[in-house]
Design a protein around this ligand. Structure first.
Ligand code: FEO
Length: 406
């Protein structure tokens, strides 16, 4: 593969990972890319490396532009191994280069590598590096999403190299948003953005708002956003910034997700009248069986909508394990501004629905209690109650959603 010029003498030199389906437990149905960028200026500068197994690809791409040994600066925006595990391999090629990294990045890097071999210059927000024609401005973005994280703004190109922020796990032939629109659906691209945000950035909404405000106050003009995964925002960088602001403000579709699992189809049978009740209130509804769905997809579907109904059978007086796992994972992502309730079947003691609602309350979600249960399997009377439960929950979600409409 060849490097792709994204701005005059600035190139994408990354790698496409068509095959990755399990990204530290996050299921990546569409693969991903590890993007890094080469500035072929008076001082040849590489921004980020790639995952170590893909170093051959980035070195080939760099060679299509310049002899790799000519690189004198290596900027490390983020040390997570999908970007930084290739540093050792790259530094064998350019042992003379200076690494530019945040203080916390340096402290993390020395846990992974023997950094005493390397020239390292610690940078902080506002520091700059002039490569010749171009000036690089570093902005630390701690906890977006690791302590070390920073972004690099190439002033003369109005280019924000944004590391994980604004990225997507999407391996495609397209490198830019406008190409993607031509060769695939824009809806798929937006879905990949939401998937990434929900599974990686959901806990950091307040920090995201603050950092975007800070960038706006600095008067930084952004003509292009080049993240470390997925496509580059060339045609409409404002679109991805607005999507992030909307998600950080808690924007969601006025819609309901039924997220359930089932042992002997009883909880599953309850989903049908509940769904019909929701539909009859004029609201759209997605239904997801947990053991048939990747965890990261269930998280995304939860995040996309204003209301969710958690369906769980009771087993040994507690939630069904896959439902417990989902709620445990969701809790770590600290969701906000969502309404939930629960339903499910039980044999004798019950307890699963109550436990699911308690887990949702601990997350601080708007919880509608007591949910609904049926014994063994739903009778026609239970089904009528489920239908009414669906209608009632839809009405509550509509009312709750009003405060988020701007
Ligand atoms: Fe793509 Fe936080 O690594």
């Amino acid at each position: 593969m060849k490097a792709v010029e994204i701005k005059p003498n600035i190139y994408w030199v990354g790698a496409i990972d068509w095959g990755v389906r399990d990204f530290h437990g996050y299921i990546t149905h569409h693969g991903t890319t590890y993007n890094n960028y080469l500035i072929n200026d008076e001082q040849v500068t590489l921004i980020d490396t790639v995952k170590d197994d893909f170093c051959y690809a980035t070195i080939d791409n760099i060679k299509s532009i310049v002899e790799p040994k000519k690189i004198v600066n290596l900027v490390i925006n983020h040390i997570e191994p999908d970007h930084a595990s290739g540093i050792d391999t790259i530094m064998h090629v350019i042992p003379h280069a200076t690494i530019y990294i945040s203080e916390r990045g340096k402290r993390g890097l020395e846990r992974y590598f023997d950094i005493t071999r390397w020239n390292i210059k610690v940078v902080k927000s506002g520091d700059t590096l002039t490569t010749g024609k171009y000036t690089l401005l570093f902005l630390e973005t701690p906890m977006l999403h690791w302590p070390d994280s920073m972004v690099t703004y190439v002033r003369e190109a109005k280019l924000l190299i944004s590391q994980d922020a604004f990225g997507q796990h999407l391996a495609t032939a397209a490198r830019f948003d406008d190409e993607f629109i031509e060769c695939a659906s824009l809806r798929d691209l937006e879905d990949a953005v939401i998937d990434y945000y929900a599974n990686i950035l959901m806990p950091f909404g307040q920090l995201i708002k603050g950092k975007i405000d800070e960038i706006i106050k600095l008067g930084i003009e952004i003509d292009m956003i080049a993240p470390d995964h997925g496509i580059i925002w060339r045609k409409d960088p404002g679109k991805i910034i607005q999507m992030y602001l909307d998600m950080a403000h808690g924007k969601a579709e006025e819609k309901i997700a039924i997220i359930y699992d089932t042992m002997w189809h009883s909880t599953e049978r309850m989903t049908i009248p509940i769904m019909e009740g929701i539909k009859d209130e004029g609201m759209d509804c997605t239904v997801i069986k947990l053991r048939a769905t990747a965890m990261s997809t269930a998280i995304k579907e939860f995040w996309k909508v204003r209301g969710s109904l958690i369906g769980t059978p009771t087993i040994n007086n507690v939630m069904f394990p896959s439902v417990a796992e989902f709620l445990y994972h969701l809790g770590g992502l600290r969701p906000k501004s969502r309404m939930v309730s629960a339903f499910g079947s039980f044999g004798w003691g019950g307890g699963g629905v109550k436990e699911a609602l308690e887990a949702c309350k601990r997350m601080g979600l708007e919880t509608v209690e007591p949910g609904i249960q049926c014994q063994y399997t739903p009778t026609s009377e239970d089904e009528t109650k489920c239908y009414e439960f669906g209608r009632s929950f839809a009405l509550k979600v509509k009312e709750y959603n009003k405060q988020f409409l701007r």
